[in-house]
Design a protein around this ligand. Structure first.
Ligand code: SAM
Length: 219
């Protein structure tokens, strides 16, 4: 087995990282806290705190104007990306839950970015298939049902402009991805990671951030 050079992230290290990252702005902080209060059992679905500034950074880094999100929940990741878009930028947010995304709608409006976000309530595959076929997407964030990742990838890659990014969350699936006894979503993520590595249209790296984040760039 190869020895890892990654520094283990203890609770103290995690606080240290958060303290040296861009702090969450008031709107981000509000939706993180509101989600914890309203949905204590589901709050773990929210992208990790450090992913908000990371997603905003990536949007700005590649000068994204057209973003697609697959899996919106209460809107934290969409908010983080929408705030980083230019005023005429667009973010299509895909989810199946009216209840959860209602919190997102309110947070986006309150933050003054509601006009940049278009929420599509439907199975994400239907929404993606209905999008124009030509390459027009700058950045897509995958964070919905893990069994759907490969199908979402296949719809997104042709619609991504050269140099565009797919950012996929939970690609280590709590470490279960490397467990030979993995089942369910961990197995689906393992199949997704294998699919990504074999796709010559894309250049991809896995970051050991949060639950594992793949950054994949279209060649
Ligand atoms: C992990 S949460 C997304 C978290 C979100 N990115 C955030 O930072 O708060 C996954 C979301 O995917 C949605 N979802 C699950 N299956 C879906 C599907 N087939 N199509 C669209 N959304 C789906 C769920 O309703 C849930 O809100």
């Amino acid at each position: 087995m190869t020895e890892s050079k990654s520094t283990p992230i203890t609770a103290e290290m995690y606080d240290y990282v958060l303290a040296h990252n861009p702090p969450l702005n008031a709107a981000q902080r509000d939706i993180v806290e509101l989600t914890r209060q309203q949905f204590p059992d589901a709050a773990g679905m929210q992208s990790a705190e450090e992913q908000g500034p990371l997603l905003a950074f990536l949007v700005r880094l590649i000068g994204a104007r057209h973003v697609v999100e697959v899996g919106t929940f209460t809107g934290f990741s969409a908010l983080s990306m929408a705030q980083a878009l230019p005023a005429d930028g667009t973010l299509i947010a895909c989810d199946v839950s009216e209840e959860w995304t209602a919190y997102g709608r309110e947070a986006w409006e309150k933050a003054g970015v509601g006009d940049r976000v278009e929420l599509r309530i439907a199975p994400a595959l239907e929404t993606l298939r209905a999008m124009p076929a030509e390459p027009h997407i700058d950045l897509a964030y995958l964070d919905a049902d893990k069994g759907g990742y490969i199908a979402y990838w296949e719809e997104l890659v042709p619609r991504l402009r050269p140099g565009g990014l797919i950012v996929a969350d939970n690609v280590l699936y709590h470490g279960e991805v490397a467990d030979p006894a993995a089942t369910g979503s961990a197995l689906a993520i393992r199949a997704f990671n294998d699919h990504v590595v074999e796709d010559s249209r894309m250049e991809a790296v896995i970051l050991t951030v949060a639950d594992g984040v793949t950054l994949a760039r279209k060649r």
